[in-house]
Design a protein around this ligand. Structure first.
Ligand code: PEP
Ligand code: MG
Length: 754
């Protein structure tokens, strides 16, 4: 058996020669078994490969009965070979037949062999097959021999994948997920459909050179790379902001722990000493560790798997001299970016023209990157377990952000049906674009103002193209949410000014900071609350800590100098809050006047009506407000005591329920009676059938996402508002769950697109 250090290198050299030979994959696999058997002085060397049906098939053997090749099969978990595959662990036995898992296959003639050493053939932690050597004598394989066989298995794995033996010999790919067509359920974070090719945000390095020319050179390369990895982690930890690009501090702590883990580095060094290049050695240890971690069901351990994988990929990129993210590289013009997680700034680094969609293994609907994705109108899905292991760079993918679905390597039928769907969407969009300059007036002459919601300067690009009448809700907190520290007064002023300039005289309604609840500012400490949606948030926080609100008001007054300022306060629950907020505005006006700033020519102060208590206080509120905008997202949540962020409650209570429409109707009546201009800026405004109901109960101004303006305008143009009003108003006391079916029937009966 192998005992000299030269042994493994000789074997690896021989494998390299075999891999380069112009022969069929089957022939090369046979030659590989011969080379391994002879180098390791083993009487048997067999290669089992995993088939798509999870059956291990004997693909090549030196020493076993040749007739057994392609005729010996083992299920995963069956026999010693199946056990190695299932557990992705090496098995070394001096008396194989005494092992309880031993399964005798008469066709192989292996009963003559006692000593058994089997190692899994791994790629990205998944088992592609099993490599086995056997000897007649009952002997114990040395640690060095085990190492050598593991290294050989790694080279074999690369050969199976890189030389596309998958196609010619073995279809192992579905086992891995790689190669197979997959349909995966995901959580939708930004709507829309996209077809494109997979690009890793942090590109995975393809290790091409496995076998080293000089081990000490490789050892030195590793030392330098580890040092620079540690330095990079330290730099990340010491950034002034606690959060960097979506990586909270605790993840960085784990990175640091791994980066300094002596055991990890030692394993890589051992792999180098068996003849691998530094990259290949890192990848081998990555494979083995992933294989172990992937088999753990503990979610905490599986989470650590991601951290470990990230760190290893960073090390591989350092070794390959590629430390930038994909945004710095040449992107295909239909890139679908895959990442475990990323920060909003990372997404903004990409060339928008080449970006088709974003997929995150983790992510949340309220995460900042999701906000940016929606602003850029990029479909985005997330919470797809293990996606980074299931997809390969360059794979074709389809993202359905409407249905929360992801197709990897889709079948021809799926691709065709989505291509059709996209064509249809484009046609509709072209139709909406034609309506851009058409006023939204119903068939019976009601002029409906359609505004758009925005929150980032990038949103403003859509104002002109959408044909919106202005911005009905500018969510100022977005600037705060995507920053890494509080934006300074001049930075806030600059954003507000740029929005007003882009609006070019059209009405813009700024909402003061609505933070707390689901809107988290990463750099701001907030006490834990049992019910954050009902907690210390929005205007409540602003009034208790007025410095922040005052600086925002100052920025808004300065940005609107000489023009009109429309400012509304979120989550107002009682009139007193508006009185106090107005007093802050007055203070700021006198401050700016004292310092000779031009103040706005007109200032309109409004409130968001999203807390039910205010509905009964509209008359008392009237003297203090210039307008009201209903925040139907929150109003619905509070009216039905139903958390808007809970996936279990999604769709349980309908915004078209008679109860909710009756409440909205009451708001319309009260506002009309007190001459308060009224609008509504929740999600329901952007859904044509829901917007129909709003118009029927008396809303004449609504605000929605830019992409909804076209469909809603098309609906308005074919609607007879008074006919629908006559249909709906008498039904507001009906004991039905929703009036949606009635409104849809009306739309169908009257040829109204919805
Ligand atoms: C709402 O609550 O309806 C609203 C528009 O505000 P947000 O969704 O930002 O809470
Ligand atoms: Mg709200």
């Amino acid at each position: 058996m192998v005992s000299s250090v030269a042994g493994p290198r000789v074997l690896l050299r021989r494998l390299r020669e075999v891999m380069a030979e112009p022969e069929s994959a089957q022939k090369r696999l046979e030659k590989v078994s011969v080379a391994i058997a002879s180098n390791m002085v083993a009487e048997v060397c067999s290669v089992y490969l995993m088939r798509p049906d999870n059956i291990l098939e004997l693909f090549a053997s030196e020493g076993l009965n040749p007739a057994a090749v392609h005729n010996t099969f083992l299920g995963t978990g069956e026999g010693l070979v199946g056990l190695i595959a299932a557990e992705a662990e090496t098995l070394s036995l001096s008396d194989a037949q005494a092992h309880p898992a031993f399964a005798y296959r008469p066709e192989t003639g292996e009963d003559a062999f006692n000593a058994f050493l089997g190692v899994p053939i791994l790629r990205l932690g998944h088992t592609l097959g099993v490599l086995v050597v056997q000897n007649r004598t009952r002997r114990t394989y040395s640690e060095e021999e085990v190492e050598v066989l593991q290294t050989t298995a790694m080279v074999l794995a690369e050969m199976i994948v890189a030389e596309d033996m998958a196609a010619s010999v073995v279809a192992h790919e579905p086992r891995l997920g790689l190669g197979a067509s997959l349909q995966l359920k995901a959580t939708s974070f930004a709507r829309g459909i996209a077809l494109g090719v997979a690009v890793f945000h942090e590109p995975r390095v393809n290790v091409v050179k496995l076998i080293a020319d000089n081990a000490s050179v490789e050892q030195r390369r590793l030392d330098v790379a580890i040092a620079s990895l540690r330095q990079a982690v330290e730099e990340m930890m010491h950034k002034p902001d606690v959060v960097r690009g979506g990586e909270p501090r605790d993840i960085l702590e784990v990175y640091r722990m791994y980066a300094y883990d002596r055991g990890w580095v030692q394993k890589i060094e051992e792999a180098i000493s068996t003849g691998l290049t530094a990259e290949a050695a890192v990848e081998r240890v990555q494979n083995e560790t992933l294989a172990r971690l992937l088999r753990q069901s503990d979610p905490y351990v599986r989470d650590r798997l991601h951290d470990f994988d990230d760190l290893t990929n960073r090390l591989l990129r350092i070794l390959a001299g590629r430390s930038a993210t994909a945004s710095a590289e040449d992107l295909p013009d239909n890139a679908v970016i895959f990442a475990r997680n990323m920060g909003p700034a990372d997404l903004l680094d990409y060339d928008r023209d080449r970006l088709r969609a974003l997929i995150l293994e983790e992510g949340g609907a309220t995460s900042h990157v999701a906000i940016v994705a929606r602003a850029l109108e990029i479909p985005m899905v997330g919470r797809v377990d293990n996606i980074l292991q299931l997809v390969d760079a360059g794979d074709p993918v389809i993202v359905d952000g409407d249905m929360g679905e992801l197709y990897v390597r889709p079948s021809l039928e799926i691709s065709e049906s989505y291509t059709e769907k996209l064509k249809f969407i484009e046609l509709r969009e072209a139709q909406y674009a034609k309506l851009r300059l058409t006023k939204a007036i119903t068939k019976d002459g009601c002029d409906i103002k359609l505004y758009m919601n925005a929150g980032l300067p990038v949103d403003i690009d859509h104002l002109d193209a959408s044909g919106a009448d202005g911005i009905g809700l500018f969510r100022t907190e977005f600037q705060f949410m995507i920053a890494s520290r509080f934006p300074r007064l001049d930075e806030q002023t600059a954003v507000y000014r740029s929005v007003l300039e882009a609006a070019n005289g059209q009405r813009v309604v700024f909402r003061s900071l609505d933070i707390g609840g689901d809107k988290v500012i990463p750099y701001m400490r907030q006490a834990e609350e049992e019910n954050p949606a009902l907690g210390w948030r929005a205007i409540r926080m602003s009034l208790d800590r007025p410095a922040l609100l005052r600086s925002q008001i100052r920025a808004l007054l300065r940005a609107s100098g000489g023009g009109e300022l429309n400012l509304m306060f979120p989550m107002v629950s009682e009139v007193d809050e508006v009185i106090r907020a107005r007093a802050l505005v007055d203070k700021e006006i006198s401050f700016l006047t004292r310092h000779n700033y031009t103040i706005p020519s007109s200032i309109n102060i409004g409130v968001m009506l999203e807390v039910p208590s205010l509905i009964w206080h509209i008359p008392a509120l009237a003297p203090y407000v210039d307008f009201i905008s209903v925040g139907s997202n929150d109003l619905l949540q509070f009216m039905f005591a139903s958390d808007r962020a809970s996936p279990r409650l999604t769709g349980r209570f309908d915004s078209l329920s008679p109860a909710f429409l009756k409440i909205l109707r009451q708001i319309v009546v009260e506002c009309n009676a007190h001459d308060i201009p009224l609008s509504l800026c929740g999600e329901m405004a952007g859904v044509p059938v829901e917007a129909m109901a709003l118009i029927a109960i008396g809303f004449r101004s609504i605000s929605m996402s830019a992409s909804s303006i076209g469909p809603v305008k098309e609906m308005v143009l074919s609607l007879d508002a008074s006919a629908l009003e006559a249909e709906i108003l008498p039904r507001l006391d009906e004991p039905v769950k929703s009036l949606r079916p009635a409104i849809e029937a009306f739309a169908l009966g009257n040829d109204i697109p919805f």
